[in-house]
Ligand binder design. Structure first.
Ligand SMILES: [Zn+2]
Length: 384
């Protein structure tokens, strides 16, 4: 290696190179439809507008905006179909995406999937639907050619891969191929507990109906997302589901100080996910890094270092960097008030890089963690 190249490499390391990011979990449709958020605005515009015109039911400041996706090189997100069961909401507001029955959930989810189509057709410079390998490859070619420090004229559309969080909306298994045809690519069975399995705060195993759904999902080719699933159900899925498995937005439970819930991943689920060639999207949410963060000094006391340690743990268990990604869940019921102190908005996910470097991770490792691993999963399941 000549001297010039060596010094270039050192410089790039010193200045923390940018990496493209795949974010495996964002409730875009939920936020837009529930609260009228417009992500073609910058995050700062959104905050300003919401400060002067408070939105009923919205108690946190946004972390997302088109310019910030571009500045942070967030090329693609898994965009959820998500609505909470009405019983989980403290207060109901107009437009809030909720349901009382599976039939209502079905309607809400179809509406959200259709909304992603409408959004990407109406704002093709801001969002782009990604449903095939060809889409994915063309999309990443565009992003790889974007200048390192993009100006507004260089901004690119953010890719959206539709995913379903909580399968209540599936009321007829014969409808699964129709969901697929319309671009849905991943399904998480649970949010809270439901007819298929136990979930967050509502524990329980897989039901017979859940087993039947898994069989149909595998047949169609969906990714199975274990996030929110209760442990016994997740372990049975890992034993029996023949298709691709991920945990889109979940941290390592055993690393979280004071943790007491069934929301994060047990060591056994992690071991088996790695064995099954899964990918785990880690979440930069303070409560998922230190359950007692409020008592321990609040946001100012929580650093991205803790997220880097989550990633390091998963890589140490796996013996490689092939099973970790990012699933920010930004704006998914929380905002800037609830994330580590280094993060003001989604562009700041790049600030994780020096923490990973400090732990010994090199350029190729970080590229896998930021996008390569979820890219592998998408390449394996997307149709031509
Ligand atoms: Zn979630």
């Amino acid at each position: 290696m000549n001297q010039l190249r060596r010094s270039e490499q050192l410089l790039r390391r010193f200045f923390n190179p940018m990496n493209l990011i795949i974010d495996a979990h964002q409730d875009l449709a939920y936020n837009i439809l529930s609260f009228g958020r417009d992500y073609s605005r910058s995050v700062h515009q959104t905050r300003q507008i919401e400060a002067s015109h408070p939105v009923p039911g919205l108690a946190y400041q946004s972390l997302l905006g088109w310019s910030q996706y571009n500045q942070g090189k967030v090329a693609l997100v898994f965009g959820t179909l998500f609505a909470a069961p009405a019983r989980a909401e403290k207060e109901l507001h107009p437009n809030l995406q909720v349901y009382n029955t599976p039939a209502e959930a079905n309607q809400v989810y179809w509406n959200q999937l259709n909304f992603y189509h409408q959004l990407t057709q109406e704002k093709p410079s801001v969002f782009r639907l990604i449903t095939t390998k060809a889409d994915l490859q063309a999309h990443f070619r565009d992003w790889e050619n974007q200048p390192a420090d993009p100006q507004p004229e260089d901004y690119l559309p953010v890719g959206i891969v539709p995913t379903m969080e909580g399968a209540e909306g599936i009321i007829d298994f014969a409808e699964l191929p129709l969901w697929w045809e319309n671009g849905l690519r991943s399904i998480g069975l649970a949010w809270a507990g439901n007819q298929f399995c136990g979930g967050t705060r509502e524990p329980g195993p897989l039901t017979d109906l859940g087993r039947e759904l898994l069989g149909e999902m595998a047949q169609t080719g969906f990714i199975l997302d274990l996030s929110h699933m209760d442990e016994p159900a997740a372990l049975e899925c890992l034993d029996t589901f023949p298709g691709q498995i991920i945990a889109s937005h979940s941290n390592v439970a055993s690393l979280v100080k004071g943790y007491s819930s069934n929301r994060l991943l047990s060591d056994q689920v992690i071991n088996q996910l790695i064995e099954r060639d899964g990918v785990i999207g880690v979440v930069p949410l303070n409560a998922f890094l230190n359950w007692e963060w409020r008592a321990d000094g609040g946001r100012e006391a929580i650093s991205l270092r803790l997220l880097a340690e989550q990633i390091d743990h998963l890589c140490q268990v796996a013996g490689n960097c092939d099973h970790v990604g990012i699933g920010s869940d930004f704006d998914g019921g929380y905002g800037v008030e609830h994330v580590p102190r280094e993060i003001d908005n989604i562009a700041d996910l790049q600030k994780l890089i020096p923490f990973l470097q400090e732990l010994g991770y090199g350029e190729d490792d970080i590229a896998k963690i930021y996008s390569g691993n979820f890219l592998r999963i998408l390449n394996a399941i997307l149709p031509e």
